[in-house]
Design a protein around this ligand. Structure first.
Ligand SMILES: Nc1ncnc2c1ncn2[C@@H]1O[C@H](COP(=O)(O)OP(=O)(O)OP(=O)(O)O)[C@@H](O)[C@H]1O
Ligand SMILES: [Mg+2]
Length: 278
């Protein structure tokens, strides 16, 4: 399938995309990381690392293998303890914040014994909502996203991309303030990856949720991002923080737009220097 066809397929499966960009981001940072230090044995991954992530932005994290991308989002999301440092969400702690996390391996992330609808609904059990309210939330999300999948199917009856879409919906049903995604498409084939990029972009445009997205694919990282955070290796530093100004929704044409190509060339240059150590 070509890029154009995949984009058309995405459009056919989704409600029409709004043509306007998301609301102007709040100037205050949504997530602040201060003095983060983390080591694994002798490996110092972070040493007094600071970062601000603005509200309502799509931030892609890119950098060499093993530089600490997963460690960063896992610490911010509370899946991994920091050795030192403070992480605040609008001044609040993680425990006071609703967030979602989409894993790379969707096969292990969904409950195989639950129908898709029950997988999506699962986190709402912890929110003290009535059955009717739970149903309403899921119905609203399905309608909002224009998803056409038969949600009575079990995960094994869905394609890889559809399963990953179910796990994204499961993370969205709690209406998170922040969504973390660690290489969510890397286990999908190319056709499905193109399709899922556009699905995720549509979710972002619809919800305005702050997104922190790790990718090992530079073009994908830029295509989806408002900002690209380029990390250096050990201990990780911010090598560059690049804003992507292409209007949304981004499409196959965006990839050949001169601004896009320029940003990609710049990021590639920074990345190659990091890898060469120059
Ligand atoms: N549980 C662990 N025990 C020991 N070392 C670890 C552990 N988790 C990560 N590391 C090390 O910490 C560093 C950062 O790992 P991390 O997984 O965050 O990198 P990454 O940027 O996500 O890499 P990749 O691009 O391969 O996904 C690496 O050197 C890795 O080997
Ligand atoms: Mg990783």
């Amino acid at each position: 399938m070509t890029v154009e066809k995949a984009a058309t397929a995405a459009a056919a499966n989704m409600a029409p995309l709004p043509s306007a960009a998301p609301a102007a981001p709040d100037a205050r940072p949504h997530i602040t990381v201060r003095g983060l230090s983390k080591r694994f044995g002798a490996t110092v991954v972070y040493d007094k690392f600071d970062l601000d992530i603005p509200r309502g932005r799509f931030v892609s994290v890119f950098g060499p293998n093993g530089c600490g991308k997963s460690t960063l989002i896992n610490i911010i999301a509370g899946l991994l303890p920091a050795d030192e440092g403070e992480i605040l969400f609008d001044g609040k702690t993680l425990r006071q914040t609703n967030f979602g996390y989409v894993f790379q391996n969707y096969r292990e992330a969904l409950f195989p014994w639950l129908r898709s609808i029950d997988n999506i609904r699962y986190p709402l059990k912890f929110f003290n909502l009535s059955k009717a309210e739970q149903r309403n939330r899921v119905d609203r999300l399905v309608e909002h996203l224009g998803v056409k999948i038969d949600l009575n199917r079990y995960p094994y009856q869905l394609s890889g991309g559809q399963q990953q879409l179910i796990s994204i919906m499961r993370s969205l049903v709690i209406e998170p303030e922040v969504l973390f995604l660690d290489e969510p498409f890397s286990a999908l084939d190319y056709e499905m990856t193109l399709f899922m990029r556009d699905q995720l972009q549509a979710v972002f445009l619809e919800t305005g949720t702050t997104m922190v997205f790790v990718s090992h694919d530079l073009e994908e990282a830029i295509y989806l991002a408002d900002d690209v955070l380029l990390l250096s290796r050990g201990p990780a530093r911010i090598a560059d923080y690049v804003t992507v100004r292409n209007p949304r929704p981004r499409t196959a044409e965006t990839l050949s737009d001169s601004d896009f190509v320029q940003v990609k060339a710049h990021c590639l240059d920074v990345f190659q220097r990091l890898v060469r150590g120059s």
